[in-house]
Design a protein around this ligand. Structure first.
Ligand code: PHE
Length: 339
């Protein structure tokens, strides 16, 4: 009988339960009115007196073990129940975190800033509501200059002196007025032109313009910088500069990159030529330097400017510029994985 009781003590200690029902069944089995302990104590009365001491102790140990076990299991269940009430089910799989996405215009702007900051360009910003001087006159576009028509302008109220900037070249004028050469800065920002909205043009868009002024800056420096940029930005290493006209640069050029003709899309976006125009550039006109109190006899410089939307459309193959401003989440969510 002693062996049997010792075995039962082992069983009791090893017992595990997760529900209240199981614990109750266990309690009834050992400690109930018709339970095992009751039976064993009845049997105990009949054993030989010499056995009583050991057996009695063993039976007490069994009863204590069973009572402790019931208490311990009930406590554990209560603990989980109360922590569930506070924290919910701690074993459930976690909920996925909803990540937002950056707007493709921000993504491309940040990338352009990153590429130019590696070669020492700082970032400069200026106001979106500008005066005539910074947007036009200082940039060698005096009143009635025909080239003003290249950029249809929104004026504020009836005052022709106050307008929404048509390019961020205005920021460069401000920067030159406030800083001495050497100057190396890029100006990202929103610009406004009074144009009809279509798949390729919008009245609000974004630009990054660059300015470099120092002694002995040459057209070769400009080309090399642009080549570095197109390599970093697009992974393309062939560019060409086509003569062009801007009032604030002389000579001026349009920059094309060789995109290639590998896919049908390449044919479409390059109109079968393989070449894509991505920005305007040139050597800063001496008149512009003079207007900003920089000595054109001592310093030369180059400038360039590009549209962020255009670059984003090329990089992500976005067919319509209006998609940038509609805030359709199905469009925006596609940029989730890009940093
Ligand atoms: N400001 C010009 C534009 O908005 C771009 C440009 C900048 C061209 C600098 C040449 C040099 O179209």
């Amino acid at each position: 009988m002693l062996d049997k009781v010792t075995e039962l003590i082992g069983d009791v200690q090893a017992f595990k339960a997760v529900s209240k029902e199981e614990i109750e069944a266990f309690r009834i089995k050992y400690l109930g009115n018709k339970g095992l302990l009751k039976e064993l104590f009845t049997e105990f009365k009949t054993v030989d007196a010499s056995m009583k001491k050991d057996l009695g102790q063993a039976l007490n140990r069994l009863r204590n073990a069973a009572t402790d076990k019931v208490k311990e299991l009930n406590d554990a269940i209560e603990d989980t129940a109360s922590s569930k009430a506070i924290y919910g089910d701690l074993t459930r799989p976690s909920e996925p975190i909803q990540l937002g996405s950056r707007h493709p215009i921000s993504l491309v702007r940040n990338r352009i800033i990153e590429v130019f900051s590696k070669i020492g360009f700082t970032v400069s910003e200026g106001p979106e509501i500008e005066d005539d001087w910074h947007n036009f006159t200082a940039l060698n576009l005096p009143e009635y200059h025909p080239a003003r028509d290249m950029q249809d302008t929104f004026f504020i109220e009836q005052d022709p002196d106050i307008l929404l900037r048509t390019h961020t070249s205005s920021v460069q004028v401000r920067y030159m007025e406030e800083n001495e050469p050497p100057i190396r800065t890029i100006s990202p920002g929103r610009v406004f032109r009074n144009e009809d909205i279509s798949a390729r043009a919008h009245c609000i868009f974004h630009q990054v313009e660059g300015l470099y002024i120092d002694t002995d800056v040459s057209f070769a420096d400009l080309k090399q910088t642009l080549l570095y940029f197109t390599k970093e930005m697009f992974g393309k290493s062939k560019i060409r500069l086509r003569p062009s006209y801007f009032p604030f640069t002389e000579p001026s050029a349009e920059v094309d990159i060789y995109w290639g003709l590998e896919t049908e899309v390449d044919y479409k976006i390059t109109k079968g030529t393989g070449w894509l125009e991505i920005m305007g550039c040139g050597m800063v006109d001496p008149n512009v330097l003079k207007n900003a109190n920089i000595d054109p006899e001592k310093y030369t410089g180059y400038a360039f400017g590009m549209g962020i939307e255009r670059i984003a459309m090329l990089l992500y193959q976005i067919p319509d510029i209006r998609m940038f401003y509609e805030n359709d989440v199905r469009f925006l969510e596609q940029f989730k994985s890009v940093l």
